[in-house]
Write a new protein. Structure first.
Length: 294
């Protein structure tokens, strides 16, 4: 299987200029803040997911690629390589997710990571796919969509049901918020069937009308190509966890995966969290990976 990572360095001045020219306002720090943790995600993949074949890093432009990246081992994919020109530039992760399956050479089985998700304990292929080739996805059911994110989830559920031949339902499913195993063939099939609907949903910035990656997970589930099984994970929000608690978990993880969620915090606290996260990751993933230059 392969891994796909979407990455943004919000400190890149060239990318910031693209954003401000296209959007007409300054970049929101929280949305695009870079914590310097990409190398630990890559180290985690190498150490804890040794069965992965290729790793693809999806970025907006060349200036987004960290200088330490070894391109002989990490495959860089620019937005323009997979996203039609009429939708560029784009600063909306849900829009980018509609085109990940178009990466040249991508394996049928690929696991999609946001750059705030990390494998911190040993994993096995069966954490992501069954022996029969179905993907695994834990999910819960919801009735009300009270915020933009859930509206996107609900819209994705409804569209997936439509093209999978399922009846509309008052409830919608919300897959587990962690890395997403996907099937390239299902993504391609749904893109052919629902191409007009998908393109109509795309906006430069996030919008309640957007679809998101769960569109493809839901479609696989409704087509009988997925199994309801949760991935071992911990969700950590900086709104709840202190820097010391985050460092403690990273030094002694109890779940295979962790998602570290950014929130609006003061500049002083940003540095405190940055130091704690680095301390934790250096404890368990201190060795350089093949994705890093010597």
């Amino acid at each position: 299987m392969d891994v796909v990572i979407t990455y943004v360095n919000g400190l890149d001045p060239l990318w910031q200029k693209d954003y401000e020219n296209a959007v007409g306002k300054k970049v929101l720090a929280k949305r695009f803040r870079d914590w310097g943790t990409l190398k630990y995600l890559l180290r985690g993949i190498e150490v804890n997911m040794p069965f992965v074949r290729n790793v693809y890093l999806v970025v907006a432009r060349e200036s987004q690629v960290p200088e330490w990246v070894d391109r002989g081992n990490l495959h860089v994919v620019l937005h323009e390589d997979i996203i039609p020109a009429e939708f560029l530039p784009v600063f909306n992760s849900t829009a980018i997710e509609m085109f990940l399956h178009r990466i040249p050479g991508l394996d049928e089985q690929f696991v999609y990571f946001n750059d705030d998700m990390f494998p911190v304990m040993p994993c096995s292929p069966s954490d992501f796919y069954t022996q029969g080739g179905r993907l695994t996805m834990g999910f819960s059911s919801h009735l009300f969509a009270r915020n933009m994110y859930r509206m996107q989830v609900k819209g994705s559920d409804r569209l997936a049901r439509k093209y999978a031949g399922r009846k509309r339902c008052a409830f919608f499913i919300r897959p587990q918020h962690i890395c997403s195993p996907m099937l390239k063939s299902d993504c391609e099939e749904l893109s052919r069937l629902a191409g007009a609907d998908i393109e109509a949903s795309i906006t430069r910035l996030r919008d309640p009308r957007n679809l998101n990656q769960y569109l493809f997970l839901d479609y696989s589930l409704f087509r009988g190509h997925a199994e309801n099984r949760r991935i071992s994970k911990k969700h950590i929000s900086m709104a709840v966890y202190t820097p010391s608690r985050i460092a403690e978990f990273l030094c002694h993880p109890t779940s295979r995966m962790v998602c570290i969620n950014d929130v609006n915090i003061s500049p002083d606290m940003v540095q405190a969290y940055r130091d704690a996260i680095k301390t934790g990751f250096e404890t368990i993933l201190g060795a350089r990976s093949r994705f890093e230059l010597n």
